[in-house]
Design a protein around this ligand. Structure first.
Ligand code: HEC
Ligand code: HEC
Length: 230
């Protein structure tokens, strides 16, 4: 009679501990860039290399071809650049610019991430069609909130991305790529979870997340243009 109880307790423990156990070990470049003191002025110089695609505001494009970088946690920006450089993410467009010989070493990564941290977010990102918000909210809460937060703000210390306010098409593409293994740096718990979900639910979630409002103090005023590049 005691056994089923014990079993339930044990499964509960594994469930709670699994996201922690799944955190990936940090690679050398990431550890180095995280530990360096950033120079924001140099970061602004490095950012000139990024503007052709991510735009002067760091907002990317509404069609999701280029993601918004503004508002993303510094730690996540650093991890993604290190991963792109290490070949863990297929990004043929950005790869030639992200190379150490062009962009610079870990210090340049640290600097540009700190500069991006100064930019406010796009108040009107690309959104989906606004379908079945009630179901989406429940799904998000059950399947995604433990890592990305109930409001989509992520967790800087654990390298969990902020996802609210990102362009719909980009969100959907990343969820699909994480699901099919194309993004090799993804969190294994998330991979397993989205694999079990139907494509229409993933569309529902991307739609919902693109519409979640980031905190007002992170958002730009309508019509804002980055004064550093006027
Ligand atoms: C030639 C175009 C191009 C340039 C220049 C470029 N990027 Fe990107 N970047 C992209 C594309 C495209 C993606 C998304 C790829 C994908 O869909 O996975 C991306 C993704 C990223 C991501 C991951 C975002 C996320 O939410 O996961 C970061 C961080 C990033 N870029 C930073 C930079 C920085 C910093 C620079 C300048 C040093 C830069 N990029 C220059 C095209 C570019
Ligand atoms: C166990 C933790 C965890 C869970 C649960 C989880 N994620 Fe993630 N997610 C992550 C991590 C970590 C990353 C970044 C992986 C990396 O470093 O590339 C990520 C990346 C993403 C990205 C790409 C963000 C970007 O800027 O590139 C999207 C979109 C996303 N998750 C959506 C979701 C949705 C929707 C759910 C629910 C179905 C979900 N995640 C569940 C941990 C999680």
């Amino acid at each position: 009679m005691i056994k089923p109880h014990f079993h339930l307790f044990f499964c509960g423990l594994i469930f709670i501990a699994s996201p922690l156990l799944a955190d990936a070990p940090l690679d050398d470049e990431l550890t180095k860039a995280m530990s360096l003191k950033p120079d924001i002025e140099n970061g602004k110089e490095v950012f000139k290399l990024c503007m052709a695609c991510h735009q002067a505001n760091g907002w990317g494009l509404e069609d999701g071809s280029f993601p918004q970088l503004s508002g993303q946690h510094r730690s996540v920006i650093i991890k993604q650049i290190a991963d792109i450089r290490a070949g863990n993410r297929d990004n043929p467009q950005m790869y030639p610019i992200a190379k150490e010989s062009v962009m610079g070493g870990p210090q340049a990564i640290s600097d540009v991430a700190a500069y991006i941290d100064t930019l406010p977010m796009d108040p009107t990102p690309g959104t989906g069609r606004g379908i079945n918000e009630e179901r989406a909210e429940k799904l998000f809460y059950r399947k995604c909130a433990e890592c990305h937060g109930a409001d989509g703000s992520g967790d800087a210390e654990r390298f969990f991305p902020r996802i609210h306010g990102q362009h719909y098409e980009y969100l959907l593409r990343q969820i699909k790529w994480i699901r099919n293994g194309k993004r090799r740096n993804a969190n294994p718990v998330m991979v397993k979870r989205v694999k079990k979900m139907k494509m229409e639910d993933l569309e529902l979630l991307a739609d919902y997340v693109s519409r979640m409002k980031p905190p007002a103090d992170l958002l730009a005023e309508p019509g804002w243009k980055n004064p550093d590049f006027q």
